[in-house]
Write a protein that binds this ligand. Structure first.
Ligand SMILES: *Cc1c(COP(=O)(O)O)cnc(C)c1O
Length: 405
């Protein structure tokens, strides 16, 4: 994914002002676009960022992989994000360029050789990660450990998480004391990190991970200062209603207070989806209808790629005809993307107006996470038209979390 990071950063968005429209209806009336258009709603991003910064009881690191579009990153930075959870040198370069005064964290246990050295020398990165004792020496060869904080990542899995990351990442809790000690032996400050998964549907997953953390911490002959509780804070999608973020904040706050940490301890969170998802929509054109099957100009190789994983299988949607919202009786449709791949089918049924036809437009909301950052140009289908919607009365289609009033 390093190529799109650089291409997006250099070709658009940094210097250019994005095109802007009052609302999606105006966009459709003026552009009648035949390629997908991705709409950014700045007021929604200001809200999602503010909600996280105010609710989370510690440092908020934005998980850059969820959305690396420079225009979106700029909005998050303007809204107060100044810490970045990065997984590669290109992500560090991008966030350093957009937010030179911010703090970039290189939070993956395996890196391209030489990347940690460049991250520290060129970009002043001080926070790194390992998840195995054999990962400590290669890191120590590239950076000045005495100036660095190295997180030992612990594997935890909870059934409420969308994917089991503990298979690929993390040390077993029983191995954590030795790993933390080996980090200290290099002269670095040792810290602890875990990530329970993505789209975590139960706040108790964080309590569970914190309990395991407590058992590890009580075995240590020293106290840690930093605990990184990762990402995974979910958003609701159709058929996938999740608890309110406040319940996750409460779980982290309460269980963090119970931990034997240093007096000046801080908790770090790495939200990607919770901040990135709400503020974008994808506006696509209907190309063909075959009874209850529609073909549209974006698909599983484009912005809808995340739907192939467990978790949600749909986005909220609304329909436009001739630049105005189309209402009325609905029916269930299967939606296909434009490529020649037989798998280019959105997995969930989509409820749409019964008389929908080619030339109508669909607007899928809540697509800001894991969409732009992973789309490909497979078969020659790719759009980089990203516009701003300025009216604060206009919201992308969205769904409440349970407990929203
Ligand atoms: C992907 C990832 C995140 C962000 O996850 P969300 O589910 O989008 O909040 C945070 N931390 C790590 C280590 C990740 O891999």
């Amino acid at each position: 994914m390093s190529t799109p990071v650089l291409r997006d950063a250099e070709s658009s968005g940094l210097a250019d002002q994005p095109e802007s429209f009052a609302d999606v209806g105006q966009l459709l009336r003026e552009l009648k676009p035949h390629n997908p258009v991705y709409c950014v709603f700045p007021h929604v991003y200001r809200e999602s960022t503010k909600a996280f910064l105010q609710g989370f009881p510690g440092r908020v690191l934005f998980g850059v992989k969820a959305n690396n579009d420079p225009r979106v990153l700029r909005l998050l930075i303007e809204s107060g994000i100044s810490h970045f959870d990065c997984a590669s040198l290109p992500e560090i370069e991008l966030t350093d360029r957009l937010c030179p005064s911010g703090t970039k964290y290189f939070m993956v246990p395996t890196r391209i050789r030489g990347a940690a050295r460049d991250a520290q020398r060129v970009h002043g990165v001080r926070h790194f990660m390992v998840d195995h004792v054999d990962g400590v020496a290669p890191l120590a060869n590239e950076i000045d450990m005495s100036k660095s904080i190295v997180f030992a990542r612990m594997a935890v899995h909870h059934k409420a998480a969308m994917s089991d990351l503990s298979v690929r990442f993390g040390a077993k809790p029983a191995d954590m004391p030795a790993l933390l000690q080996s980090i200290r032996d290099t002269g670095a400050e040792a810290a602890l990190a875990f990530n329970v998964g993505s789209s975590v549907t139960d706040p108790d997953a964080y309590r569970y991970a914190m309990n395991i953390t407590r058992e590890v911490l009580t075995k240590l002959p020293f106290r840690l200062r930093l605990l990184d509780v990762g990402g995974g804070y979910p958003k609701s999608y159709p058929g996938f209603t999740v608890p309110h973020l406040d319940e996750y904040f409460r779980a982290v706050t309460e269980s963090f207070a119970e931990l034997p940490l240093a007096d000046n301890a801080e908790v770090l969170g790495e939200p990607g989806r919770a901040i990135a998802a709400p503020g974008m929509s994808a506006v696509v054109e209907v190309l063909l209808r075959k009874q209850d099957r529609l073909f549209i100009n974006d698909g599983m190789h484009g912005v809808f790629w995340e739907l192939r994983y467990d978790g949600h299988d749909r986005y909220p949607v609304r329909t436009f005809r001739d630049g105005v919202l189309l209402a009325g009786e609905t029916a269930s449709f299967t939606v296909n993307g434009p490529t020649c791949d037989s798998e280019d089918t959105l997995p969930g049924k989509v409820e749409l107006p019964r008389d929908i036809r080619p030339g109508d437009y669909l607007e899928f909301g809540g697509i800001g996470a894991y969409s732009l950052s992973g789309r490909t140009d497979f078969n020659g289908y790719y759009s980089d038209r990203i516009v701003t919607i300025t009216s604060t009365a206009e919201f992308p289609p969205s769904l409440p979390q349970s407990g929203d009033g």
